[in-house]
Design a protein around this ligand. Sequence first.
Ligand SMILES: NC(=O)C1=CN([C@@H]2O[C@H](COP(=O)(O)OP(=O)(O)OC[C@H]3O[C@@H](n4cnc5c(N)ncnc54)[C@H](O)[C@@H]3O)[C@@H](O)[C@H]2O)[C@@H](O)CC1
Ligand SMILES: [K+]
Length: 460
Amino acid sequence: MSEILHLPLCYLTNELREHEAKAQENHPSPPLMERAGKAAADWLLTRISNTDKILIIAGPGNNGGDALVMSRLLQLQGVHCTTVLLGKINKLPIDAANAYQAYCDAGFLLQNELPTIEEWTWGIDGIFGIGLTRHPEGAFAKAIEYLNQCSVNILALDMPSGLNADTGVAFSPCVIAHHTLTYLGWKPGLFTYDGRDYAGEAYLDELGVPAGTASGTLIHTAPVQPPPRKHNSHKGTYGTVGILGGEEGMEGAVILATRAALKSGAGKVIGSCLGSLQIDMNFPQIMRSKPEKLLSQPLSVLGIGPGLGTSAEAQELLKTSLSLPIPLVIDADALNLIAANPALKTLCQQRNADTIITPHPLEAARLLHTNTESININRIESALKLAKEYNSTVVLKGSGSIIATPDGQWFVNTSGHPGMAVAGMGDVLTGMIAGVVAQGVTAKDATSLTVWAHGETSIL
Ligand SMILES: NC(=O)C1=CN([C@@H]2O[C@H](COP(=O)(O)OP(=O)(O)OC[C@H]3O[C@@H](n4cnc5c(N)ncnc54)[C@H](O)[C@@H]3O)[C@@H](O)[C@H]2O)[C@@H](O)CC1
Ligand SMILES: [K+]
């Protein structure tokens, strides 16, 4: 399987600031703000007709400057625009002040209050971009609420105002955009946590600037190809997956995981339950085994945790599993057991073979001995911390799953949909990852490919 090569970078705000500063220096003309406003005007011009009326709201910073450039260029094309500037003119940053001057020089009108008559077909949000630092209040909050209650298409420039570009946490209020045209590089906040609910469809315009340096990667397509298969191969070529879990009443979790492992291309799959596992008549090729026997077999990878429970027996089996020199995919109750038992945590930290952990935010909170909220307010940081602390490749589940590796890389997944918020989805993911790892794929490649494919297909 090839390395992850062709995915776009994902920038944190401080990385974007550096990227922007270098771009201003190395590619000064035309100014970036002029390009940003033009990109937005061009974007809109392909989507409107001459009967459309556009409301443009510009804020107190450079995001507002983008909006002023956009408005000027649209009006020069004869588009009907009403433009509101919320910031104080004498406090505009230099680039936005230049945009303001160019707007006035072109002879167009500006308003400093929201209009009372609503006659828009599009609303443009240029209130705040990546410079948002706190809850929008006063006139800014009113403008955001105004845009949200207009039943028209909303285009946000760079970020929906009120959405944190790094974390995807939405302040209240926050613009609910139908579209977001983001500049220079992707921001994780557009895709993770609240991001997708507020950004709508996201588009990138790099403003003609070559890629800079970013710590993250955006998964928006299959990041790697599935392993190629030779005609001259057999089931032994594609590895053996063991899945261990399913206490009494939870055996279905193992059924889901084993099916997913099989469908992901593993050569052989063996399911094992603490409860009683019946033959899966839909997939009778899935084998069954008693837990102790499973752990003494030559497995390529073990998925442990789906429906496992937290009994003493489960704990013993997990202890044995953590000592196996094979890749492990650890989910659900197996994570809860590790979180509650320092000796198991130490075993996990000391492993030499790949370990992949797939917590949802509550499981992540238990593993880091904190609460769910502190996980959610910074999902990237939480995933990186887990990866380091547990010497594992991490999939932090939830909207915009974050993958983090022990060496500090992080990825944001963009596939998936709200229909996936249903019991059993995590079991399927565990099985899929195990199925791909069984074929010899590294933990990083297997998780990024599988998390993306899981969201894209939602199999079973
Ligand atoms: N400087 C440049 O050359 C470029 C900047 N660009 C645009 O500039 C944006 C970043 O500009 P800025 O750093 O000026 O940031 P913003 O325009 O996002 O806003 C920052 C301003 O709003 C204030 N502010 C933040 N949160 C507030 C709140 N809740 N209530 C009231 N005021 C608040 C800040 O004190 C600051 O004055 C990007 O998102 C992008 O849209 C683009 O034009 C690309 C080029
Ligand atoms: K904005």
